[in-house]
Design a protein around this ligand. Structure first.
Ligand code: UGA
Length: 428
């Protein structure tokens, strides 16, 4: 099939590359001319494992443009993958979605318009009305939310647990299912509103699992239990499962913060106070700040202390700094008078505060030289290869706050570190 994909961000590019890999012809449209120029020149503007390979291998089935008319020319399906950032009030900003819909007015040959962007429930109905108004009454509408995670997005797209297709008519459901016919995974067809709700529910539930694990970790610290041992045992219960129970410095990224907030706003707009969700978000915000409290106690104050942040991206395997817990940490440490350095193998550090006041080191060991403490913020595998016994005497005070429980506490203490994990205070 011929597909037009709107948006060349993380979701749009992965969608385009994977559809091309499945044999479809894909035109990608983005309003950022620099992204289009880079893609045309064979450069991928984002880091996502496997994406380069797919874009190169399927180059003859992929094209890039800033022109919406050119993208939809001959396309049977238009996929909307633009971003829906939160407004100041916390609602999702849908202006880019509707700008795409308006740009489709001459695409009368389209069979279906599919929204992949994460949107509040009810957006499909509004898009339907907008399509009708621009003369596309005969074009089907589908919600096809994505569940891919950054760092594994290509694999997740091609090997999903399920493909969720929300429509109001069987013909459009069949069309979207057909696009995925060579993809394994259960196809779930449902109404548009429920499909929109599945996406928000899945992310809110995953965020809830992590906040729950973080709350239990904080209790473990107080009562002398080990969160890693606790969650390993608890996760073996098949009703609970082992995933997303890793305690740490809290969740971040472009999805969980935005989507939990959007769900909360949506609930409030409907007159419901989402108390559990409020707590999930609050626990996470406090978890971002906890390392500062612990470092302040361990170092007897932070004024003039040198702190190294090891890893700054919101998770390993990506260059993405959006809503990264490291940003809150860096800002709080600087506000308390600490000198902050950081190391990260991939991060695209913003040139704004707090990062404009943070120096970047070429290696973890370099960032820790003469430091009073180091915080593992992102569990990059490179940190397992650090020669910790060699680094220790280079530090002014050897405090390691392992915000991801990456290292072995006994080994670290054995080589002389004042080691602090998350929810592991009982360990010798
Ligand atoms: C998340 C979901 O996992 C995807 O299914 C979804 O499609 C995506 O959002 C989206 O809505 O686009 P992503 O944000 O890429 O994917 O990353 P995750 O791997 O889910 O991690 C999110 C955050 O939770 C990270 O900061 C990570 O460090 C943290 N996390 C994750 C924990 O603190 N503990 C865990 O056990 C798992």
């Amino acid at each position: 099939m011929r597909i037009a994909v709107f948006g060349a961000g993380y979701i749009g590019l992965v969608t385009a590359a994977c559809f091309a890999e499945l044999g479809h012809t894909v035109a990608v449209r983005d309003i950022r001319s620099e992204a289009v120029t880079a893609l045309r020149a064979g450069r991928t503007p984002i880091h996502e494992p496997g994406l380069d390979t797919l874009l190169t291998r399927n180059a003859d089935r992929l094209s890039y443009t800033i022109d919406a008319d050119e993208a939809v020319r001959g396309a049977e399906v238009a996929y909307i993958c633009v971003d829906t950032p939160p407004t100041a009030g916390g609602d999702a900003d849908l202006s880019r979605v509707f700008a795409v819909v308006r740009s489709l007015r001459d695409a009368t040959h389209l069979t279906a318009v599919v929204v992949k962007s994460t949107v509040p429930v009810g957006t499909g109905a509004r898009v339907r009305t907008a399509l009708d108004r621009v003369g596309l009454r005969h074009v089907g509408y589908a919600s096809n939310p994505e569940f891919t995670a950054e760092g594994t997005a290509v694999h997740d797209f091609l090997h999903p647990d399920r493909i969720v297709i929300g429509t109001w008519d069987e013909q459009t459901a069949a069309c979207v299912a057909d696009l995925h016919k060579d993809v394994p995974g259960t196809i779930v067809t449902l109404d548009v509103e429920s499909a929109e709700m599945v996406k928000l529910t899945a992310n809110a539930f995953l965020a809830t699992k992590i906040s729950f694990a973080n709350e239990i970790a904080n209790i473990c610290d107080l009562v002398g239990a080990d969160i890693v041992a606790v969650t390993r045992a608890v996760g073996l219960d098949q009703r609970i499962g082992p995933h997303f129970l890793k305690a740490g410095v809290g969740w971040g990224g472009s999805c969980f913060p935005k989507d939990t907030l959007a769900l909360k706003q949506m609930a409030r707009n409907a007159g419901h106070s989402p108390q559990l969700l409020d707590a999930v978000i609050e626990v996470n915000e406090l978890q971002h700040r906890r390392p500062v409290v612990r470092l302040r106690a361990a170092l007897g104050g932070l004024d003039g202390a040198r702190v190294a942040l090891l890893g700054t991206t919101f998770k390993p395997g990506t260059d993405d700094m959006r809503q990264a817990p490291s940003t809150v940490l860096a800002a709080r440490l600087l506000a308390e008078g600490a000198e902050v350095r950081c190391w990260d193998p991939l991060a695209k550090l913003p040139d704004t505060a707090p990062w404009s006041h943070v120096s970047r080191s070429p290696s973890p060991a370099h960032s820790m030289a003469e430091a009073d403490a180091a915080v593992i913020v992102t569990e990059w595998p490179e940190l397992l290869d650090v020669d910790w016994p060699v680094v220790r005497p280079t530090m002014r005070t050897p405090v390691i706050l392992d915000g991801r429980n990456l290292l072995d506490p006994a080994t670290m203490k054995g080589v002389g570190y004042h080691y602090l994990g998350v929810g592991r205070s009982r360990l010798p």
